[in-house]
Each structure stands twice: as C-alpha cells, then as structure tokens.
Design a protein around this ligand. Structure first.
Ligand code: FAD
Length: 481
C-alpha cells in the first residue's frame, strides 16, 4: 500500500512545482495518472463546482480514481471560458484559441488523443495599416519594435524595484521610455499600438499591472498554436466519462471541518459531499456570487481580493468575401488604440473562413460591454472601412461580454499593483481539507492559461484522492483493531 501513497505524494509535490515537472521526460498525460491508484475503491463523494477546463480535468481523474463524483455547472453547456461555437463545418472560439507553448504542455496529450488540428502563428506576420488609406507600416519598423519593447519592459522592472514600493507598469514604462524619446525605433503611434497589443495579451490595462511582478509566471517553449478544430474538442473525451448536472448554479456552500459539505443551488436543490472542488472563476469569487457558510478564512479572502481579474472581449465578423491580405496571421490598425479595435486575427488564413476576429481589453472592453451589438460591430468595422474602403456588411457576428457574464465576471487573472504572485498559492490552498480550489487563478506558474487550469485540476484531484486514500486506510486499520 505504502508505495502508492509515496508515489502520489511525490506527484502532488512535483505538480506543485510544475516548472520542474515540465522539464521532466515529457508532457503530463492526464489519462496515465489513473494508474496512481490501481487497487483501491474509494467511497467518498466529491462535488466539483464548474465544468470548465479545471473542473472537467479534476472530475475526470476523481471518477477514474473511483470516487463518486458529480459536477455542478451553472451554464447549460460545458467548457466555461472555453467556448467553441460551430459555423457549418468550422469551429470558432469565443474564449481561448491558442495553446501557448506546446513543449511540456499537458494539452499536447489531449491534442494527440483527439487528433486536433493546430496552426502555428507568428505575431510578426502582421499587416499593420497607418491612418492613411491602405498604407502599410514598413516591415523594418515592425522588426525593431519587439526588441525595443522587450528592452523597455526589462528596464521598467529595474525602475519598479528602485521605487520604494510597487508602481503600475504604465508609470514604470513611461519613466523608462522617456530616456528613449529621441531614439525611438518607430513612430509614437506604432509604439502606442504595440503597447495596446501587449494589453490585449495581458487582458488588462498596464495601469493596473504590477510593474514588479506582472510577469512572475512561466512561458512554455514551442510557440503559439491556434487550435483550428475547436478548443473544446480537446476535453470532450474527458467529459464523456462524467456525471454533469447542467443549469445548476451553486449559490451557497456550507462547510465545516468535521462534517460533510452541503451545496445549495439557485433552484433550491441540495447536494452533500465529503469534499468539494471549487473551480469558480476569480471574478465570481470576488463578486461573492457564491456564499460560503461560514465565510472563507481571512487569508483566503485577502488573496481573492488582492489579485486582479481582467477583461478581454472578442468580436468575430464573418464576411461574404475576403478584402484584407489573406496571407498574414494578423491585421492591425493605427491609431485606433486605445479607443477601438486595433488588432484582428485573420481566420481566413487560420481556419479557411472569410472572417476577422477583433479584440479589446481592459477598461475599454468593460465600457464597450454596455454598448449594443450594432454599436460594437460599427466600431469594429470603422478601421476596416477607413483602410479598405467599401467593406461588405458582415453576414454573421459573434461577440463576447465576459465581464457581464455572471459565471465568468471577466476573462483571466493578473497581478495588480501591490500583489506578487503568492496570492495564487493561497487561492489554491485547501480549506479544512474539505474545500479544494482549482482554476487558472489558482496556478502560480501558469495563471491565465488553459494549461494552468488543467494542471490545477490535476493537483486538486490528486490531493483529494491522497486524503481519501489515507483516511480509508486509517479507518481499515482501526476496524481491524
Ligand atoms: C477571450 C479569452 C481568450 C483567452 N485566450 C486564451 C488562450 O488563447 N490560451 C489560453 O491558454 N488561455 C486563454 N484564455 C484563458 C482561459 O480561457 C482560462 O484560463 C481557462 O479556460 C479557465 O478555465 P477554468 O476551468 O479555470 O475556469 P472556467 O472555464 O471559467 O470554469 C469555471 C466554470 O464554473 C462555472 N460556474 C461559475 N459560477 C458557477 C456557479 N455559481 N455554480 C456552478 N458553476 C459555476 C462556469 O460556468 C464555468 O463553466 C482566454 C480567456 C478568454 C476569456
């Protein structure tokens, strides 16, 4: 018996330090972890709150380990922020599209399993247009932009650590940038656009990011891969094995150290579990949409309050024909940033559909959520019309309002001024060995990413199985006298 416990504890240990695990012999294959418990039947009941990437991964493993597991999902679909919609034979994603870094990524095994189609993208393959009709910013200017911006970011860190306390990344960048005012590699408009593109990646304005710790996470190597066959398809084989109750919004979780946990849903249904995996998005926790009785401990509440939760919204415009350069991965526009859509993904090149996918982030994204669909589409069409002239009306439009979505309340987490990253660990830490937490905002190494959510789900499942296993063993020993 003992070796399995040791094995399991090692896995929990290693998974807590995924940076180490990622340098191991290969990517983690979730299905292979089933073998961690070859000979045990565990009788505990587990409820997983949320059927996103973290919840489905945790529930899959717990089910495989033999625990009676039910997933409660507020929406009427699985996936959470992974939201794939079908258009004819094409799958379009309104949440994540990319696997960021394929090497050592746990998603790689899922990709292989379903035979997903991926296309590698490159941020430098972009047609960037100036305000004058059809004039492209010369490639030479763009080539110098990335190294310049990296240098700025690097130096702004020094500025931040030289300050008596943490400052926003905007302040640090401005203080650094002033030194370069007379030797800029491109026009201010291009630099402002690049700044805006960076804010899209971060899902928030640089004004809210910690200049000291905004990049404390780890980037996997192997490039950015766009999943063209639909992101959610990666998780479908895992989902097939699960019991998921849809339309079940959990509104209250009653917990205590020495008693089972009770979960109440909006329609008054009650569930009882020995342990619960909470995969609620950080925004949902921050807005206290689920009541914990008694309240979560102070250290947990402080961690929830200290982290930031950004907003990144998309609009996908499907046109009757392509009128933009079909060979580039991206199309960008000056000087929309920071007032409008300045960055589009070319879905013709990546998925073979005549569509552009535009992004807005941060305060602008939140503000635009209050606009009507028509206003948002008009705003997205503005730079396209200015640049390409007679642009046809889109045949179909998909757009997101992640911040107003009551089951997301934003897009993904970030480190705001004054936080440092340890908050992710506190968010992940179990409470009383009854409440376990998973989700992208609980993963210190890969926050904000699907693979972070998956690994946090793996860790929660392993922790619960280890506890259930050792408690079952103790009970057996006690019974045997
Ligand atoms: C626009 C956008 C683009 C992104 N792009 C990328 C990308 O390219 N690559 C990448 O790696 N990551 C990307 N991300 C981040 C990625 O989507 C998330 O990190 C990941 O999907 C989070 O998974 P999760 O399981 O932690 O949370 P979620 O997917 O949010 O799962 C939580 C689940 O809980 C449910 N829920 C909420 N409240 C309740 C309740 N009260 N009761 C029951 N259920 C509830 C929700 O409906 C949801 O299903 C993007 C996110 C967005 C929004």
């Amino acid at each position: 018996m003992l070796p399995y416990r040791i094995l399991l504890n090692e896995q929990v240990f290693v998974l807590s330090f995924q940076a180490v695990a990622m340098q191991g012999p290969g990517a983690l294959d979730i299905a292979a972890l089933e073998t961690a418990f070859p000979d045990v039947r565990l009788q505990e009941r587990v409820v997983v709150v949320g059927a996103g990437a973290a919840g489905v991964t945790a529930a899959y493993l717990l089910t495989r380990f033999g625990l009676r597991t039910v997933v409660l999902e507020a929406r009427h679909r699985p996936g959470g922020r992974v939201w794939t919609v079908r258009h004819g034979r094409t799958q379009l994603d309104l949440g994540p599209c990319w696997i960021h870094g394929i090497e050592g990524n746990p998603l790689a095994a899922l990709v292989r399993r379903v035979g997903a189609r991926l296309v590698q993208t490159d941020r430098t393959r972009i047609a960037l247009y100036s305000r004058w009709r059809r004039r492209r910013v010369p490639a030479e200017q763009l080539r110098k932009l990335a190294p310049f911006f990296l240098q700025l970011l690097l130096e702004s860190k020094d500025v931040a650590f030289a300050s008596p306390h943490d400052i926003s990344l905007t302040r640090a960048l401005l203080r650094t940038g002033i030194r370069y005012l007379f030797r800029l590699p491109s026009s201010l408009a291009v630099i402002r656009w690049a700044w805006g593109a960076f804010e899209l990646v971060m899902g928030t304005d640089t004004g809210s990011l910690s200049a000291r710790y905004w990049d404390q996470d780890l980037d996997l190597t192997g490039g950015d891969w766009f999943v063209t066959s639909g992101y959610w398809t990666l998780f479908e084989p895992l989902l097939q094995e699960l019991t998921v109750h849809y339309g079940m919004e959990v509104t209250e979780i009653r917990w205590g150290e020495d008693r089972p946990v009770e979960l109440i849903t909006r329609d008054g249904t009650q569930y009882v579990a020995d342990r619960v995996v909470v995969t609620l998005p950080l925004g949902v926790l921050q807005q206290r949409r689920v009541r914990f009785v008694p309240d979560l401990p102070g250290w947990k509440r402080r961690a929830i309050g200290r982290l930031g939760f950004g907003c990144l919204n998309k609009v996908i415009l499907l046109f009757p024909r392509v009128f933009w350069p079909a060979e580039t991965d991206y199309v960008g526009f000056l000087p929309e940033c920071p007032r409008g859509y300045s960055y589009f993904v070319n879905l013709q090149k990546l998925c073979g559909v005549p569509a552009l996918m535009g992004y807005v982030a941060g305060r602008l994204a939140r503000r635009l959520e209050r606009a009507s669909d028509d206003e948002t589409v008009a705003r997205a069409l503005r730079p396209l019309r200015r640049t390409f002239g007679a642009v046809p009306e889109p045949e179909q439009v998909w757009l997101t309002r992640w911040a107003s979505d009551p089951f997301a309340c934003g897009s993904y987490s970030y480190i705001p001024v004054g936080a440092y990253g340890g908050e992710f660990d506190q968010l992940r830490a179990p409470v009383a060995n009854r409440l376990f937490f998973a989700g992208e905002a609980t993963h210190r190494v890969f926050p904000g990413a699907v693979h972070g959510a998956v690994l946090s789900g793996v860790e929660a499942a392993l922790r619960i199985a280890a506890l259930a296993r050792s408690e079952a063993t103790t009970a057996c020993r006690a019974a045997a006298g």
